[in-house]
Structure formats: C-alpha cells, structure tokens
Ligand binder design. Sequence first.
Ligand code: ARG
Length: 622
Amino acid sequence: MTTSTSESDIQLDPVALLNERFTAGIARAFPDAAGRADALIAPSKKATMGDFQCNAAMALGKMVGQKPRDVAEAIVAAVDIGDIAQPLDATSIAGPGFINITLRSDALAGLLGELGRPDLGLPPASEPQTIVVDLCGVNLAKQMHVGHIRAIVIGDAIARTFERLGHKVIRQNHVGDWGLPIAMVVDYLHREREAGRLDLDTLSLDDLDVIYKAMKKRTGAGRTGLQIAQKLDLGPKVIAELEAEVADADEALAEAKSTLIALQAGEEWAVALWQRISDITMGACIAACQRMHTRITLEASAGESSYRDELAPMVEDLIKRNVAEEDGGALVVRGEGKDPPALVRKGDGGFLYATTDIAAIRRRVQEFGASRVIYCVDVRQALHFRQVFAAAHKAGYATTPDGVEASLEHAAFGTILGTDNKPFKTRSGESVKLQDLLDEAHDRARAAADRSDHVSDADREKTAETVAMTALKFADLSTDRVRDYVFDFDRILAFEGDTGPYLLNALVRIKSIFREAQQRGVDAEWAEAELRVEHEAEKQLAMALLRYPSVVRAVAEHLEPHRLCQQLLEIATRFSSFYQSCKVLGAEDEATRASRLRLCELTARVLEDGLDVLGLPTLDRM
Ligand code: ARG
C-alpha cells in the first residue's frame, strides 16, 4: 500500500514533472514501448549542459531497434515541455542521445509560488488512513540503552511523517512487561520485602536492572557447565558444585513460575509489585522520550501484559479454524515460504513473544482499523516479523472490518557501532545507557554553547540541549536505516558536515537575516512581491526546495526518513551558496531584495517544516 500523490496535489517536483512529460512524449513517439521505457531524468553533470537530462534514448533504441540519436530526435519532437523548460530542438541532443533540459526561470518562480502556500505543497490526505506505528519497545526492569534510540527516533519520525500528511497515527509502545523474566524480579522483590530488606519507595531503575541481571544469571546458572563437566568427567567435586548451582537455579525458576501464576491470577501482592516495576521503568522511558522531543506518551504504551487474556482464546480460535497445527507437542502456524513456522504455544502450554504479536496485529487492524502497521524494530527480529505477519494474514487477523487486507511492514534498523566499528559499548564492555548518552551529548554541546557569543547566558542550557538532541537524532535518521552506522560524538555534533547542527545553523542564519531586516526598517511589503529566479544559485535553491513535498511523500511510502534528511542538507547547502553569491538585504534594487527575502523565507519555512516532520527541535539563535 502506498501514500502517493493524490489527484488534487499539484506536482511541484521538477524531476517528477519532467518524468511525467517525457513519459508521455515517449508514449506518443513510440506507442509500442509505452509503459516499458523509463524516462530516466537525472540532474546534469555539468551546468553548461542544462539542469537535467533525459537518458531514455539509449535503452529505448535497443528496445525498438533504432539508433539512439534518432530515438532522441523523435522524443524531442514529441515531448511537450515549452511551459516549464526552454524549447527542445536538435541542439538539445548531446553525445549518443542525451537530451539536455534547461528549466525556465519564470516557471520555477511560478512553482515556488505554489510551494509557498500555507501547506507547503502538502495538503492533508483526501482519504486519511489509520496507521499504527510500533516503536520504542522497552522491557520492564531493564535500563534503556543505546539501541532504543533507534526504535524511538526513527519510529517517531515515521509517525510524524504520516501525521504531516494528514493520516491518523496510533503509536504503540509494545513494552516487554510480561512473562517469566518479570515474574523473577517480582519474586525477588517479594522475598526481600518479606525479609524487611526492601524500600519500594527508593527503588530505582538501576536497582531493577541489577536485580534483573542477577536473577537471569541465577536461574540459568550451572546448566551448560554441568553438561560439559559430566561429558568431560571433571570429577565428583566439580560436578557436585555444579549440581548444587543447578538445583538452586531450578528452585529460583520454580519460585518465579509460581509468582507468574500469582500475577496471572491477579493476586494483589504480586500485581502491586509488578505495578511498581512498571511505574519505575515507564517513568524513565517516557521522560527519555520527552527529552528526545518525541510524541511518545504513556497512553501510547500497550505492553505485552495487555494481551494476556486474549492469548488462550485466540489460540483456540486458530486451532478451531485449522490455522494452527500440532508439531512435536507444540502448536505452530505455518507460512507459505521457506521460513520456519511461527510457534504460538509451547509444549508446556505457555505462550510466546510471537503469540502476543499476533494478538497485537488483530487488535491493531480489527479494533483500531489500521490499514498499515509499521514496526520500527531491530533488523535482527526480521524472521520473527515475517513469521508473525504470515500467521496473522493466514488467520485473517490482518483484514480490517471493511475487508481490506492491511499492510504489515517491518521498518528494520541496523546496529549503532562505536568508532572501532564494533557494537557501541562502554569501555568496560557494557551496553551504553541511553541516559548517559543523552547527558554526554548535552555536556559536549554545552561546552560549545559556552564558547558562543551569540547565546546569552540564560539560553546556554537550552541551546545545548536543543543542539544535542538535534545532533543525536539527525545522526540516527540520516543514514539508510537498515544499515549499521558509526556513532562518533565529534562528527555528529560538528557544525560543518552532514549534521543536525549544520541544519540548525542554516535556519538560524536565515532568522538573523530577518532580524536584521527589521532593524534596518525594511518594510514588510516584500512578502507580497514577485518571486524571481534569476541567478544560477537562486535557481539551484529553487529546484531543491521544490522537491520537498515529493520527498516527504517518499519518506511515508518507503519508511525512509533519511531521504528527507538528505534533502534538507541539500537545501541548506544550496542556501549557503545562494547567500554567498547573492546579496539579500544589500541587493542592487528593491524588487530583487524583496524577491530574495521571499526566497529566504520560503527556505526557512521548508527547513522548519522538515525538521518538525523529523522531530528535530530548533532554535532562534546559536
Ligand atoms: N521488547 C522487544 C525487545 O526488546 C521489542 C518490541 C518490539 N515490538 C513488537 N511488537 N514486537 O526486543
């Protein structure tokens, strides 16, 4: 399912416009090749060759058995672009059959005028969809670490993109808050409290993290060691020690199981402890989400526990309708392809991560009415999602009440690496706490803010925080999401290069132009003045700005925020060239100054809108 341009949207993107015109021209000139030949519009490599070129003639020549040059001539004769570009003729054809295209300045100015509408060329969707975005996905009693940045930042940016396009977005934070691991922590807290060793009021997430790890270790202790020791016959003493460890692990596990049963039965003492763990974890989680300038709230959290009563009846339904089948004592749902089946019930009757995710799809599609469900989760869970999606489709749970098959999509992301190209860890080899990472980014940005004369003392703290969050988020959003990326504080916080601070700087610079205009008493009539696109740098800026709406739509379609990051960088870079080569306030005449002020204003609006779509906070000075 796509969120492509609706009929009422005006096409502003020069590349798309040229593609449309050339595709139509090719269809007229070569009806047999229509629909098969790509117009292949690309930016020109050299400014002297025009703005764009059409490279269709080469492949088309092969297809129709003619010389590319003749094909190019036929295309030139058939294409109708006089209203947006210099007329094409034989001199437009270069080399074997490249067609050079130069856009008309007045046409660009006209398109820019359209872009300048309040919606910046992105009117609300005429048929809004309901879209669920699964994001964040923390686990109770565990510290958030660096990997969570991605599920928070990319997920929220994707959600915001849909919101910008007028869709109804439901964020879902699928918290890992149920099952044996949590029961182990509840069990431990219960015992400690009975022994008078626990103060629930001062319990922190760090404490819970320690307890969680200790309990995991205790319940897993000895088992593999014992197997090895028995196999290698390491002697009675070693074996006896390991046997004691395993016995202890078994005991801890049995206790945790009985606590899980108490939790499932809703026993007050267990539920109260669980609630405390949840409050502590979610408090820290939502605070981090807020600090990172996202729209992820507590209300958007639907933990695994919220599905607990739905699992048994759902699995019964799967059995009754022959969707699930027995497999060696367990219950599975087989997909069509080569993937192993989804395991929905273990031999001991327990449900799994996959069972809950299938129930979540059913709720999201059938209760919320989502026609798209997007999972912003680590790429290492790709198989899990393929299995779960296949099972949900097979079960009919991915069909909306109106009979529409929802699109289930895994927007997978890669790992954050350290500068040594290995997964980003602390010096002692632990995963980096999210909070520590945010604090360090802040401290480094603060040091830069302290050195700036443009920031007042009162603003330094806020400036540092804004720069830090924009830098971190931009770094996470600007590379192709499925790829791993190297995290380097110095690089991402730099004001030069492909960074968030570079974008902020461009915006701040434009704002300062307007402050200066006001000081100089430039009257505001420029806002109504005629837009002119004359200088080459103005033209380049205009062409980058005009791509904005189509890039935002492409982000929604492909779930790739990095496309917008790249476009905003392009706009900022071209603005900087424009500002270097074209005087704005000191322009040669009134009309030029007014037009350039409009161009500045439009650039600022596009940058601000784009930063907001990505969820990057901005500022007025830095
Ligand atoms: N809590 C899970 C984990 O830490 C992530 C949840 C992702 N969302 C989902 N619907 N499975 O791996």
